[in-house]
Design a binder for this molecule. Structure first.
Ligand code: FES
Ligand SMILES: [Fe+2]
Length: 389
């Protein structure tokens, strides 16, 4: 798992007046709103005796009080009060006391948290032009998958699975399972893919009216992958090239831990905009989500491989996207951002909680009750422990 990435921590609608406990990257965080509405993300584990802040109370001054002895911490992670000694400066009572606080952003109806200590190096959150475009209607969905975040992402970021898993065959070529020609563009924090499969409209329901007849038509399909949010965007021109009707999805994956992933979706359409068709739109999109989930949850190994799957074959042409994905992960590893799972497991045996280092640790590295999770040293490559590429 990787630090120094923006992740989707929750949906905006799920964060109200009460604090919310969220597990990400194998650590516990608390989200809450300051009186002005700003979302705060702190490490959930109180540095006093490990109380769970999410079971505590939000106060009018924008801090949160631990449920155990009511020590309070504000949105910057500063200890603002030690209840039993409230007339004294917390720094005199417990010198150095503080908690990790992480940058947040609220965007697209989602609460994003930056989990790391180098926010200046963060890859940007993906653009979502459809979000404020009246020409689109959206539906949303979130769920947890019992699989690691790589498998969760690959179940959509893969061309050959389209005909095999979803029945979206590539027509008008000898082999309908072979990916059609595609253009792939690599960027610093992701890649874009354009290809032209041929597909049919699935029978049944309102969507059938989108096209006369049932013959397969060539459609334009775009995909984007971005590191921030482990985001996947897909846009398919349904009904044939030039139809002007598009189904768009955004899929965000947040590792809860090494073998569990939170999946958040926003689906858009720019056709059949009647609100009463939202249900059908969601149903159509979720049908594919179910199919992807079934594959990913049954896949081995359960725990996320550290690098390019040493158990797998990659056939370079059709798996070029997966190759680029691992290239991006390799760059983050080289920057010293990847959690060293083995070292962490060993460290946990000493009975001390570890957490994701927050930006303030760069300036103030001493005096933290909870040490940072161990990470691979800068300059570490995938050669060696990650097997073949
Ligand atoms: S454990 Fe949080 S105040 Fe004591
Ligand atoms: Fe899929």
């Amino acid at each position: 798992m990787f630090t120094n990435v923006w992740y989707v921590a929750a949906r905006s609608e799920d964060l109200n007046e009460k604090p919310l406990k969220v597990r990400m990257l194998g650590c516990d965080f608390v989200l809450y709103r300051e009186p002005g509405g700003r979302a705060v993300c702190l490490s959930n584990v109180c540095p006093h005796r490990g109380g769970s802040l999410a079971n505590g109370k939000c106060k009018d001054d924008g801090s949160i009080a631990c449920p155990y002895h009511a020590w309070s911490f504000n949105g910057e992670g500063k200890c603002t009060e030690i209840a039993s000694r409230r007339d004294e400066n917390p720094q005199d009572v417990a010198p150095g006391v503080k908690i990790d606080a992480y940058p947040t952003e609220e965007k697209y109806g989602l609460i994003w948290a930056f989990l790391g200590d180098e926010p200046e190096s963060a890859a940007p959150i993906i653009d979502m032009p459809e979000y404020n475009d009246d020409g689109f209607r959206s539906t949303t969905h979130s769920e947890v998958w019992e699989t690691n975040y790589h498998w969760a992402k690959f179940s959509n970021l893969d061309l050959v699975h389209l005909p095999v898993v979803h029945g979206i065959e590539f027509q008008n070529q000898d082999n309908p399972i072979a990916p059609p020609p595609f253009e792939l563009t690599e960027g610093d924090d992701g890649f874009d893919l354009v290809y032209y499969p041929t597909s049919r409209i699935r029978k049944g329901g309102e969507w059938e009216k989108l096209r006369d007849g049932d013959e397969a038509r060539k459609v334009k399909s775009r995909m984007k992958f971005r590191v921030a949010g482990i985001s996947l965007y897909g846009k398919v021109e349904i009904g044939g090239v030039g139809s002007g009707m598009h189904n768009v999805f955004y899929e965000f994956s947040t590792p809860i831990d090494e073998q569990t992933t939170a999946m958040h979706y926003i689906f858009f359409r720019d056709f059949m905009l009647q609100p009463e068709l939202d249900k059908e739109h969601l149903k159509r999109n979720l049908m594919q989500v179910r199919q992807d989930k079934a594959i990913a949850e049954a896949q081995q190994p359960r725990i996320a491989p550290v690098g390019p799957d040493p158990n797998g074959f990659y056939t370079y042409d059709e798996d070029s996207e997966i190759q680029l994905y691992w290239n991006l992960m390799a760059r983050m590893r080289e920057r010293g951002w990847q959690i060293d799972r083995k070292a962490w497991t060993e460290a946990l045996a000493d009975g001390r909680y570890r957490t994701i280092p927050s930006p303030v640790r760069k300036k103030d590295p001493k005096g933290w009750v909870h040490e940072a999770v161990p990470r691979y040293a800068r300059g570490t490559t995938f050669d060696g422990d990650a097997g073949k590429k």
